[in-house]
Ligand binder design. Structure first.
Ligand code: BGC
Length: 519
């Protein structure tokens, strides 16, 4: 099967049309292992969200929070959830992740993606065990820091690994396994929480310990999975790289793709400090769009806040104590459906289409939430059932739109933008920025909700508008473009070409080899 043709990209590409691939068992195995990394991320997000609302857990570690929760149980207002200590506990994981991801970057670059995935799984495992056994806050925090380190490593290496292993033509769908399994992880964690909440007084230990299961799977997979050929070339192990590429692609005819990798690695080898390199003018588009813009905007969509607020609407609809679990089941199902939709079309309709189409929808839904709450909620006024039903539907549509756009593309697009020499450094900045904004939103959302009230949702709507315009103007379409040729898109982009200019081919010899290939 031939790879993506240059015609689809206005003749910008070099050798892409010569790439060949088949879907092999070797490739599928690599994807499964990579995707387990996503489930670990999801289990962590889901478990911690659920456990911090369990009474037994609060009584044991945060008795003051528990008392406050009981006192405010029946209030309908914007400020009843505001609790900085508890959110700080949740955020400690993100802070650990954002620091450790820089260490992960060095390992990913020098020792390979596999080793980072294995390190991540060990850290996850230890974190889960310590958390499950916690008898004091210190153990709890050490456990969470280790989980954060696990996320720092796996979110750094997994999206990158998946993008490198995938044939260009289906890279979008393959990479989005990460998002799909993140959402499935959240869903499974919620189900576990639902069960363990009823086991008094230590059910939360099972929840926290459950992250150990995917950690073990990821470790076993990590031991047996192949290193990505791009990373092997980067480490100078060319013979192995060629063998792996042949096995993964299921063909001996890999010369064109291999040449692209070698060319990228020549460039990479001349770079001493990948982080400084990221700041160079020629990498400006990757820095602005991939490393900062997309991960920051993913969190500024307000998706996590919407997920957080959903139970209130369900409660108002009369679902009582079951409202939390019901809302998370429904919203997470929406995220999973979104991820599946995205996988089905991302390599056909493209990244830009999804970003723009879903962005317009998300803007409208946020405005609807803000306006409805503004008129119908707060100051002791509860929502009527009719408005709650409407908001629940709007929320489902919102998370499905996020689930097929900013959710998966927030990890996919950055992982495919960077050239090899800054890829792992770039991905670290992606994880770091994403985590900073995840923690920031988690930390500030409740205070902002208390003070800005419904205005916070209108603020998110405004931000969604800004990010959609950002995509329209600055992101070139990367669908079906081989990862080592993505930089060419910027050299031909209406705006970025003024910044990056045109690169010289790294070697004359490469040009000759290419001519032979074409012949
Ligand atoms: C985001 C998370 C989010 C998850 C599910 C991921 O892509 O990075 O912040 O919770 O999707 O919505």
């Amino acid at each position: 099967m031939a790879g993506g043709g240059p015609a689809a990209n206005n003749g910008v590409l070099k050798r892409a049309h010569l790439y060949e691939y088949n879907i092999t068992g070797y490739f599928i195995f690599a994807c499964v292992v990579g995707a387990i990394g996503g489930s670990l991320f999801g289990v962590d997000l889901g478990v911690s969200g659920g456990v911090t609302s369990m009474d037994d857990f609060l009584k044991e570690f945060f008795p003051a929070v528990y008392r406050r929760k009981q006192a405010h149980l029946h209030e309908t207002d914007y400020c009843k959830y505001d609790n900085q200590i508890l959110t700080l506990f949740t955020s400690s994981l993100y802070f650990a992740a954002l620091v450790s991801t820089f260490g992960a970057s060095v390992i990913t670059r020098k020792k390979g993606r596999r080793i980072s995935i294995i390190c991540g799984s060990i850290s996850f495992f230890l974190g889960a065990v310590i958390n499950a056994a916690a008898v004091n806050i210190l153990m709890l925090i050490i456990g969470r820091v280790l989980l954060g380190v696990g996320i720092g490593f796996s979110n750094q290496a997994v999206p990158l690994y998946l993008s490198e292993m995938a044939p260009a033509k289906i890279r979008g769908a393959v990479n989005q396994l990460f998002q799909l399994t993140t959402c499935l992880g959240i869903l499974i964690a919620n189900l576990i929480n639902y069960g363990t909440e009823k086991i008094h007084p230590w059910g939360w230990r099972i929840s926290l310990g459950s992250a150990a299961v995917p950690a073990v799977l990821m470790f076993i997979g990590g031991v047996f999975m192949p290193e990505s050929p791009n990373s092997l070339v980067e480490q100078g192990r060319e013979k192995e790289a060629r063998e792996v590429l042949e096995r993964v692609r299921g063909t001996k005819n890999i010369e064109a793709e291999f040449l692209d990798m070698k060319e990228a690695s020549e460039e990479a080898r001349s770079v001493k400090n990948p982080f400084r390199n990221l700041l160079k003018r020629k990498n400006r588009p990757q820095l602005v769009i991939g490393a900062i813009g997309i991960p920051m905007f993913q969190q500024l969509t307000g998706n996590n806040s919407i997920l957080f607020y959903a139970p209130v609407f369900f409660q108002t609809m009369g679902f009582g104590s079951g409202s939390s679990i019901l809302s998370s089941l429904i919203t997470n199902a929406g995220l999973v459906v979104g991820a599946l939709m995205s996988m089905a079309v991302v390599d056909k309709l493209g990244r830009r289409f999804l970003f723009i189409e879903a962005g317009i929808e998300m803007f409208c839904y946020m405005v609807m939430v803000g306006v409805t709450l503004g008129y119908k909620f707060g100051d002791g006024v509860a929502l009527t059932k009719g408005y709650s039903v409407m908001l629940v539907i709007v929320i489902c549509l919102f998370v499905t739109a996020f689930g097929r756009s900013w959710g998966p593309l927030g990890w996919l697009v950055p992982s495919e933008l960077f050239p090899l020499e800054t890829r792992s450094a770039g991905q670290s900045v992606v994880v770091c920025v994403n985590m900073i904004f995840t923690a920031l939103i988690a930390q500030c959302f409740l205070v902002a909700l208390c003070h800005l009230r419904y205005g916070i949702f209108l603020l998110f709507a405004g931000l969604i508008l800004v990010m959609t315009v950002f995509i329209v103007l600055l992101l070139p379409e990367t669908k079906r473009v081989p990862i080592e040729e993505v930089y060419l898109l910027f050299e031909n982009h209406w705006f970025w070409k003024r910044i990056v200019g045109t690169r010289q081919p790294p070697e004359k010899e490469m040009g000759e080899k290419e001519a032979n290939l074409q012949a």
